[in-house]
Design a protein around this ligand. Structure first.
Ligand code: 9WN
Length: 440
């Protein structure tokens, strides 16, 4: 498809401008009315191309919600009285934690730690290097504190792998990776605190959102964390959902690497991030790498078993240069295979779940559709291994999808989709932001 890059870029900037509320950029106009953690990182990369001030403001706002123990929340709530989102601050009850700030209100879990590599990208893009350096100096201790939190409280066996304790922490809410662990959770729906979903108002988005069973489990976990007053040790003992995810740990590796770069630039002692970086890469290859399947597995720490599910999350460690060249070539074969449709003319790259899986669902959120942020991570990873042809395919497919359909939240991977390709909410910020980055 012929794309007019100038026009697409202007449309993308308009999306970001429209979702900016004067203090932070919302992920989308109405479905997500607050600030989300990894969204803010991807959005900053887009804004950094034309509005570094805005990129910095977004990150500052996000980190204003950082907890005293270093935890960086999944949501930093805005104070728009018309914002409709569940769960809001009243449900999270962050005030029960000794670590949460008084203001702003936040949720009580985190998200994939993209901020290290986001900061480094901002610095690379900045025309005014001294302003960017000052920003790095301001943010470096905060990102270090986040990583220190993760390695202190989320790596109980000190093996270099960080666990998530809620599907929302992984950022891929209803990924098939979580299915088995969620299914084994004995939930009595009548014993759950009452709640009302607010995400089902947009009929187009509602059809593909997680199920009620999923939400019951999401709520059960939040309730458990509240009851533990958000104390990490207590949660670790009580929580039936503890998963080492290859996407989360792959992103962590890339950000560790960026912290080494930033620390070196600032003249800091980089012993700590160096140690994290080495350990996590080693552990991912030792414990999560699956030679036979050619990708990284997740690991269920609670049930003590691997989760061998074919999702594209297993390819994401490429972005942190976790695999060696030989492993990366195996991963490329997997991407090219009918599983992910890499060379198939009928498929938009990259489906989030194997197209051969019996329960793949082309339009259901993280259970098959193409997501632009994962495509962007995959693109960055492929470029690191000089796999430029496949990287260009991923980029071109992403741009084509957005030029045809708009800046949707996610996309049906079938080229001949009956109906529309774009799914979920429209005018989605990170799709627009990463489009800007690709077009630069
Ligand atoms: C829960 C904001 C977020 C993204 C997540 C995406 C979705 C929230 C939701 O929206 O999750 O965090 O309500 O479904 O799964 O990746 O950060 O865009």
């Amino acid at each position: 498809m012929d794309i007019d890059p100038q026009q697409l870029r202007e449309q993308a900037i308009a999306v970001l401008d429209n979702n900016w509320n004067g203090r932070f950029t919302k992920p989308a106009p109405s479905l997500y009315p607050h600030q989300w953690n990894w969204d803010a990182g991807f959005i900053a990369i887009g804004n950094a191309h034309h509005n570094l001030e805005r990129a910095m403001a977004d990150l500052r706002h996000l980190f204003s919600g950082q907890w005293a123990n270093g935890m960086l929340p999944q949501i930093v709530f805005g104070d728009d009285p018309n914002a409709r989102y569940f769960p809001g601050p009243d449900f999270w009850q962050g005030h029960r934690s000794a670590h949460a700030p008084q203001r702003p209100a936040t949720s009580g879990i985190s998200m994939p730690p993209v901020h290290g590599f986001v900061l480094w990208r901002l610095y690379e893009l900045a025309a005014d290097k001294s302003a960017a350096r000052a920003f790095l100096k301001e943010m470096y201790p905060k990102v270090m504190a986040l990583h220190r939190y993760l390695y202190t409280y989320r790596d109980p066996h000190e093996e270099g792998l960080v666990y998530i304790r809620h599907p929302w922490e992984g950022g891929t809410d209803n990924s098939p990776i979580w299915d088995a662990a969620l299914a084994r959770m004995a939930i009595d729906p009548d014993a759950l605190p009452p709640y009302e979903r607010k995400d089902l108002q947009n009929p187009k988005a509602a059809a593909h959102r997680p199920t009620q069973q999923d939400y019951d489990r999401y709520v059960y976990l939040v309730d458990l964390f509240r009851k533990c007053d958000y104390e990490d040790d207590a949660i670790f003992k009580a929580c039936p959902f503890l998963i080492q995810d290859p996407l989360f740990n792959g992103v962590l590796s890339w950000s560790n690497e960026a912290l080494i770069q930033i620390g070196s630039l600032l003249g800091e002692d980089i012993a700590e991030p160096l140690q994290w970086h080495e350990l996590t890469i080693w552990a991912m290859n030792d414990k999560l790498w699956d030679e036979e399947r050619g990708l990284y597995n997740a690991y269920d720490l609670y049930h003590d078993e691997l989760i061998p599910v074919h999702t594209s999350s297993g390819l994401m460690p490429l972005c942190g240069q976790v695999p060696d060249q030989e492993q990366a070539e195996r991963m490329l074969q997997v991407l090219e295979s009918s599983m992910f449709g890499g060379t198939d003319q009928g498929i938009w790259l990259c489906p989030t779940y194997s197209l051969l899986a019996q329960d793949v669902d082309y339009q259901k959120y993280w259970r098959g559709p193409v997501w632009i942020n994962l495509n962007w991570l995959l693109y960055q990873g492929l470029m690191r291994y000089d796999m430029a042809d496949m990287a260009q395919r991923v980029k071109q497919h992403s741009l084509d999808l957005m030029a045809r359909s708009g800046f949707y939240e996610y996309f049906d991977p079938r080229v001949d989709t009956p109906g529309e390709q774009g799914c979920g909410t429209d005018r989605f910020s990170w799709s627009a932001a990463l489009c800007i980055d690709w077009l630069a």
